[in-house]
Write a protein of this length. Structure first.
Length: 311
């Protein structure tokens, strides 16, 4: 299986995105049954092959263990194109009747072309790659946590305002945004937190690969961060595909649950050695030892004639 995946090249997923663009351009000619399903199929195939390609580069299957992981301009161009492809897929699923593909797919193909042009650029060192990905990890997780918190607050305000409307007290001195605004804010925060935490988790994985050559999957911080991302992914899919979840109290409840997962993730990180520098054994300390005259003679004989002590 690994041998088969190692045959994947940039041409594989670039061809998928190009085919998706050609299928979408056929809108200008006429309507064809099954075009939307075909676009989704080739886009998903492109995403899976690109993910496999990036995973092999991240795990060092195409180079030695001493090489930095995902630390070239080519890698970052491919990662950016992958992120755009994910956004395109999500937006296309929500509104397949739009022509967002006319804008997203050319940008994705241009980034892949840029990656091909930069393939000969030298990579950063592992220490430099570690510092860069640690910064991305920190920014992604911080932005995701902020989005989850804002979504939690907007959910609380939605429930509070809804209760006041039922009790006909919305016109009192305490004014809050209307329910529609709070609902849009909650949905936006849910999607923003998913993308940010996803970037943070991915950056954390690459960061550990660059530093240690492996990922401590059983580490509490890794487990809870992964659980937070998984919940945000499930909540976003439910909100996107299940129509009743897009309205009313259900969006607010999703944001409240997301905040609960965030709190659990924070406790998991604080209760584990996640992010703490490992203590590496150093050279033995050289100190001054006060010896007696007899000890000095013995030590001197050992240094001058060590074969005496090896008989």
């Amino acid at each position: 299986m690994l041998d088969f995946l190692s045959e994947i090249s940039v041409i594989c997923f670039a061809s998928c995105y190009l085919l998706a663009l050609l299928l979408e351009l056929s809108r200008l000619i006429g309507r064809y049954p099954g075009r939307g399903i075909a676009v989704l199929a080739v886009t998903i195939i492109g995403l899976l092959t690109q993910l496999a390609y990036l995973t092999l580069r991240a795990t060092g299957s195409d180079g030695g263990d001493e090489l930095s992981r995902l630390a070239t301009w080519m890698d970052w161009s491919l990662l950016t194109s992958f992120g755009l492809a994910v956004c395109f897929l999500v937006m296309y699923l929500r509104r397949p009747d739009t022509v967002i593909s006319f804008f997203f797919l050319p940008a994705i193909l241009l980034l892949i072309g840029l990656a091909a042009m930069l393939r000969n650029q030298p990579p950063f060192t592992r220490s430099e790659a570690f510092e860069i990905w640690r910064t991305v990890h920190a920014i992604g997780m911080a932005a995701g946590s902020a989005a989850v918190t804002v979504g939690f607050l907007s959910g609380l305000m939605y429930l509070f305002q809804s209760r006041r409307l039922k009790q006909k007290r919305a016109g009192s001195t305490i004014r809050l945004p209307d329910l529609e605004t709070l609902q849009r804010l909650s949905r936006g925060c849910l999607l923003t937190s998913l993308l940010s935490v996803g970037v943070g988790v991915l950056a954390g994985v690459v960061m550990n690969l660059n530093r240690w050559g492996q990922v401590g999957w059983t580490d509490g911080g890794v487990l809870f961060s992964g659980a937070l991302f998984l919940w945000l992914l499930i909540a976003s899919i439910v909100e996107m595909l299940y129509a009743p979840a897009r309205r009313g109290h259900k969006v607010a409840y999703l944001t409240l649950a997301s905040f609960g997962f965030l709190v659990l993730a924070m406790f998991g990180v604080l209760g584990s050695p996640h992010g703490e520098p490992a203590v590496e054994p150093g050279p033995p300390a050289v100190g001054i030892h006060t010896t007696t005259p007899n000890e000095s003679i013995v030590v001197g004989k050992f240094l001058d004639q060590p074969e005496v002590f090896l008989r």
